[in-house]
Design a protein around this ligand. Structure first.
Ligand SMILES: [Zn+2]
Length: 250
């Protein structure tokens, strides 16, 4: 029997009475767990519902292809993020975060940073004292950074200048260049960053978690940041995220 903490990202019906849950764990990445009778029984109902963060006790079995299959034995909820569930806009945003996590679907061990980022983001979304758009941008960009896509943002890749009035970030090469050194400023992948934007982007990519959510930006820079992080996600993941469209409609 294995025991770990997991965040429920999705519930799927399995037959008349059972369900499976897709779960983010620090130890095993994103996994599916079968919950026998989970659609009818009240036993594990609250701890296996969407966005619950729960202690899960599971049995691991191997199928004929040597893939792990998990079966829930018992569970106990630690945090339910009630306020997210009560607010349709927050629910849509949290569902988008789930879709991103399931799309990336890291199956390696050592998802501590991704788990930490996700729980922190949901905590502030639930609490409601941070701007939803800022939380979305932080989550989008930092998640991809933690998933191995952190760009080299330390300075111009040619002359090493730390900053300039205009710096260029190229989505396709993942490279930062100052205005003087920029090889292809007309590229469709080019994004111009002024000093403030470069500071914000660096901050989200690199700062420690204790400070990551402790900043505010103006509406003007939030618009720029939203455009930046959404382009970064679109370019790198190329997936469709229905919850993001739904969030935009609300
Ligand atoms: Zn340069």
């Amino acid at each position: 029997m294995l025991t770990f903490m997991g965040l429920i990202l999705r519930e799927n019906d399995r037959g008349e009475t059972s369900k499976s849950i897709t779960v983010l764990t620090a130890e095993r990445g994103v996994i599916d767990i079968f919950v026998r009778g989970g659609r009818k029984s009240t036993k594990n109902a609250s701890s296996t519902q969407l966005f619950a963060y729960s202690k899960l006790c599971v049995e691991e079995k191997k199928n004929s292809k040597d893939q792990s299959m998990f079966f829930l034995n018992s569970s106990e909820s630690e945090k339910l993020f009630y306020n997210i569930r009560l607010d349709p806009k927050k629910t849509a945003l949290a569902s988008y975060f789930s879709e991103l996590l399931m799309y990336i679907r890291t199956e390696e061990s050592g998802c501590d940073e991704i788990m930490r980022l996700t729980l922190n983001t949901l905590y502030f979304l639930d609490k409601g004292d941070r701007d939803n758009e800022l939380l979305k941008s932080i989550f989008e960009f930092r998640l991809l950074c933690e998933a191995g896509l952190r760009p080299a943002l330390l300075g111009c890749s040619v002359c090493m200048a730390y900053e300039a009035d205009i710096m260029h970030f190229n989505l396709s090469t993942g490279v930062l260049e100052c205005d003087k050194c920029c090889y292809n400023p007309d590229s469709i992948y080019d994004i111009e960053l002024d000093r403030t934007m470069l500071y914000i982007v660096r901050f989200i990519a690199l700062t420690e978690y204790e400070r990551l959510f402790a900043f505010k930006i103006s509406e003007r820079y939030q618009k720029k940041l939203t455009a930046f992080t959404e382009r970064f996600v679109r370019y790198n993941l190329k997936g469709k995220f229905p919850s993001l469209d739904f969030y935009r409609l609300l």
